[in-house]
Design a protein around this ligand. Structure first.
Ligand code: DAT
Ligand code: MG
Length: 142
């Protein structure tokens, strides 16, 4: 096994739907360790860095607005193969296609013409995880 870390975020719709506890329960039930956690209001500067590869896409303004409509809960989660494992718990990007039993399959919303509201974020590679952890948790010194 490979012990690694990932950045998990409960997005504004997850906070609004009061799913923070349920999501943390699923992370802990899987055996992962939450090694840092905080609630914060994301700002445009942080989100432009976080989603740097998506800044030019047509849906980016909607994504920005969605990610700033409430506070989010950001976590550093550690465990064996947690990058891939957390994405499995999340489900696919598009919540209408996400498998029931996954977080996005259970709690996600995707209205035609509106932004994708998929409840959670997870880093896609161990390299991006380390980049994102530095961005969201600059105070974490390890
Ligand atoms: P993921 O969050 O599954 O890693 P991503 O990194 O491709 O997906 O995109 C980041 C977020 O941007 C995603 O959670 C929702 C939004 N998004 C991505 N592709 C989109 C699209 N085609 N239309 C609307 N929103 C999109
Ligand atoms: Mg992604």
């Amino acid at each position: 096994e490979m012990t690694e870390r990932t950045l998990a975020i409960v997005k504004p719709d997850g906070v609004n739907q009061k799913k923070v506890g349920e999501i943390i329960r699923r992370i802990e039930r899987k055996g992962y360790d939450i090694i840092a956690i905080k609630m914060l209001q994301a700002d445009e500067k942080l989100l432009r860095q976080h989603y740097a590869e998506l800044v030019g896409r047509p849906f980016f303004p909607g994504l920005l607005k969605y990610m700033m409509e409430n506070e989010v809960v950001a976590m550093v989660v550690e465990g064996d193969n947690v990058v891939k494992g957390w994405r499995t718990l999340m489900g696919t990007t598009n919540p209408t296609e996400a498998t029931p039993g996954t977080i996005r399959g259970d709690f996600g919303r995707d209205w035609p013409g509106d932004e994708v509201r998929n409840v959670v974020h997870g880093s896609d590679t161990p390299e991006n995880a380390e980049r994102e952890i530095k961005l969201w948790f600059p105070e974490l010194k390890r």
